[in-house]
Design a protein around this ligand. Sequence first.
Ligand SMILES: [Fe+2]
Ligand SMILES: [Fe+2]
Length: 338
Amino acid sequence: MSKQTTISDLVNVLDKITGGRIVSDIWQVPGGTNPFVVMKSSNIPGKSVMETPGLVFGDPQKPVRKIAVCMTLTESAIELAGATGVDVIIAHHPIADAANSGGVPLKFYLSLYDIAVMELHEAFHGLHPGIPFIHGHQTFRTEIAYGGLPGNIMSVGRALPEIKTVGDVIERLNTFMGVSQEKQLLEQEKEIRDSHDIEETCLATSPRVLNGSMENKVSTVLHIFPHTGFSPAHMGQALNEHPEIDTVIASISRVRSDHPLVSKAKELNLNFIVGNSHAMEIQENGLPLAYAIQALLPGVEVVVFRERVTATRLEQVGTPEIKRYGQEMAYKYLVERS
Ligand SMILES: [Fe+2]
Ligand SMILES: [Fe+2]
């Protein structure tokens, strides 16, 4: 019989995938020198988190038969894992005690269901060229501290041979991300729930053009991530360095049509496309990670936890029974008190 796969084998696999970026022992982290161990903080008291790529909770000797890959660990993910025999969840975004485990300490909740959790965020970024590829270009320059601003990521790329116009980029994104399937799913949901103004993230954030027309030519792309601090001045600088840029693509985060970055693109006569939102990252980064794990641990089952977030008008949520319940609790116990 072949040796049973363990959590520690999975740690080794992640270390291989990342070329040695994994923390071998989280309890040794504070004194360590791993550059991928980073604090994420807005300086709000008690709300920062330290990223520690690797095993966050669980016994390294624990056998692994089923692995789940997710973006952000939540109570729903923990419940799904517990109910479907998942031995370990790998979350892309960093894990904070209680915040990512339904308001209770990770150790109580995870040990109850015997689930291990791992995280792999900044240590995974930049390992594959997939996000530019999905957006229809091949990068020839990438900066991670553009204009001297750490974390300000930008790339410049040439359009793939099949990408000639703005319309081609939009069509490619819609095809890759299955936008028409999401539309059908939402239409069915509206029907079934008899609730006709439900909004869903993937559709609400589907790709769009904020400057330029669908027929405009695309040859050289400036790809930006507005939440990393990219400014209109940076756009001007990029155009000075690469006058052949004709298109700006913003993805992961995006801007609205009245944003200064869009005004700058108009001034510079550049197409401005908003591409995939952060809600698509489970496919952009989650799938390459999941396939890599599956390839390196062929005997283990790998599942992907997909999230689908919807917004429903209050009076349309739930069965008649639960609506009545919500109202009764509110009026009898909550509204009176205030
Ligand atoms: Fe990411
Ligand atoms: Fe992310």
